[in-house]
Design a protein around this ligand. Structure first.
Ligand code: NDP
Length: 339
């Protein structure tokens, strides 16, 4: 059973060498005595930005626990049940949820898994549009942003797993949508594939405040925040009265030992801005309803999804590190085995 472990807790920017692919000599595929668990063959692994936080040792517990140094990394993934000791699961069932970065996982809490019912769409979608990032975009936009037709929407990290969906949801709602991304290729994708009204490469813009004024001469009603730092500071200067900011993520800060300052906070008061954070695990009970709603849009081609797939567990560390360098174009995932 090949697996990827975190060698040691880290500080600063994550590197591929912080992780290691190992092969256990004994394949321990036995469930602990008396536990109604599962053995799963892992098919797809999801690389997600929040994983960086789990690689450091924290004094205060976060909403997800730190990884255990020297042990297998875990994350979201899609798996097939190959042994079941649980009455609700059968051999052959497809599931997604928290699994190890390994070929096979012993899952002792199968209640935490989601069952995959619709298989006429790519199975890998359950790491993205039909998994945690999809639900994040859905709740984060429709619920946290309270959007209205005709509003001006700005999305950062707009071509990623979450951002590409937020932009499409906003377009379907009849909003004016601008996205930022870190390469010209991504900017093209936003405009040509996802139907954003405008997009720009923030790495080529020396003055983000001026850039936003150019794209939003009347200001921004909704900012879907994925990056934090300098972008957030510039956005705060360009929000409209009663604007909403959905604080989803701040990836620019995840590898910094000392977070960057954000200075332009006064507009939150003067413009009566609602700046609301959320953590998607509080909304998992809404998952199956979300799937029912979005699956028809995927089937009809109303919503598109771009993935960045790499093959092989050995390439998982590089794929994860690539997220923080913007190397992924679309949802980053790792193929471990085809069904
Ligand atoms: P993405 O697929 O968007 O991948 C990460 C992208 O972030 C990169 O491709 C890169 O795109 C951008 N990025 C990386 N480093 C920086 C930087 N220093 N400054 C600006 N941009 C950077 O990731 P997801 O869509 O999965 O996640 C997007 C955000 O949503 C993250 O912040 C994540 O933590 C958050 N999130 C929050 C959840 C919640 O429950 N609140 C749940 C899921 C995700 P580019 O080339 O454009 O720079």
């Amino acid at each position: 059973n090949k697996k990827v472990i975190l060698k040691n807790y880290i500080t600063g920017f994550v590197k591929e060498t912080d992780m290691e692919l190992i092969t256990s000599d004994t394949i321990q595929l036995k469930l602990p005595e008396g536990l109604p668990g599962l053995i799963a063959k892992n098919l797809y692994l999801s690389c997600d930005p929040y994983m960086r936080s789990r690689m450091s040792k924290h004094d205060e517990p976060s909403y997800v626990p730190d990884f255990v140094a020297g042990s297998v990394i875990s994350g979201f993934g899609v798996s097939k049940v190959v042994y079941s000791g649980h009455p609700d699961f059968s051999v052959g069932d497809l599931v997604w949820g928290m699994i190890g970065w390994e070929e096979y996982s012993v899952i002792t809490n199968p209640e935490s898994l989601f069952k995959i019912k619709d298989i006429d769409v790519p199975l890998s979608y359950y790491t993205g549009i039909l998994g945690m990032p999809g639900l994040t975009a859905y709740i984060g936009f429709y619920e946290i942003c309270s959007p209205k037709q005709g509003e001006y929407v700005f999305v950062s990290a707009a071509s990623g797993a979450v951002g590409q969906l937020v932009g499409q949801f906003a377009k379907l709602m009849g909003c004016y949508v601008v996205g930022s991304a870190g390469s010209d290729e991504k900017v093209d994708l936003l405009k040509s594939k996802f139907d954003f009204d405008e997009a720009f490469n923030y790495k080529k813009e020396p003055d983000l405040n001026a850039t936003l004024k150019r794209y939003f001469p009347k200001g921004i009603d909704i900012y879907f925040e994925n990056v934090g730092g300098a972008m957030l500071d510039a956005v705060l200067l360009n929000m409209r009265r009663h604007g909403r900011i959905s604080a989803c993520g701040m990836i620019s800060q995840y590898n910094l030992e000392k977070p960057e300052g954000v200075y332009n906070l006064m507009p939150i008061i003067t413009k009566r801005i609602r700046f609301k954070g959320f953590v998607i695990l509080d909304y998992y009970h809404r998952y199956y309803k979300f799937v029912e709603k979005i699956i028809p849009d995927i089937r009809q081609g109303k919503i598109k999804y771009v993935e960045d797939q790499v093959e092989g567990l050995e390439n998982a560390p590089a794929a994860l590190v690539g997220l923080y360098k913007g190397l992924n174009v679309g949802k980053q995932l790792v193929v471990i085995a085809h069904e």
